[in-house]
Design a protein around this ligand. Structure first.
Ligand code: SF4
Length: 102
């Protein structure tokens, strides 16, 4: 069996940027990109297609990369969670299932 190619952000549809991103008090995220839920927890706002509001839609890059939240800094490219959500994303797309948010 051929080894699966290691994923890179440059060859991904920013799948991780559809996950829920909690914004912590120490994060220096532009406030217009932050929403607060009914429980008072702050997180990154999403655009109408479900991606984080900080995603540059033309290039699928983070537009606030230098100031991205700590939770985004800890997300391991190619780690188990990355591989898992990429597999789910590919499966949903191949079967024409509308993308879901996490
Ligand atoms: S802040 Fe940046 S890295 Fe974090 S989810 Fe949004 S676009 Fe992705």
């Amino acid at each position: 069996m051929a080894a699966r190619e290691k994923p890179t952000c440059g060859r991904c549809d920013a799948v991780c940027c559809r996950l829920t991103v909690v914004v912590m008090a120490d994060d220096a995220v532009p406030r217009h990109l932050v929403v607060r839920n009914a429980q008072g927890v702050e997180g990154m706002a999403r655009n109408e297609e479900g991606w984080c509001a900080a995603v540059d839609p033309l290039h699928l890059h983070c537009s606030i990369y230098a100031d991205r939240p700590a939770i985004c800094r800890r997300f391991a490219m190619g780690g188990p969670y990355c591989l898992d959500i990429r597999a789910t994303y590919r499966d949903q797309r191949s079967r024409g299932i509308p993308l879901t948010l996490y």
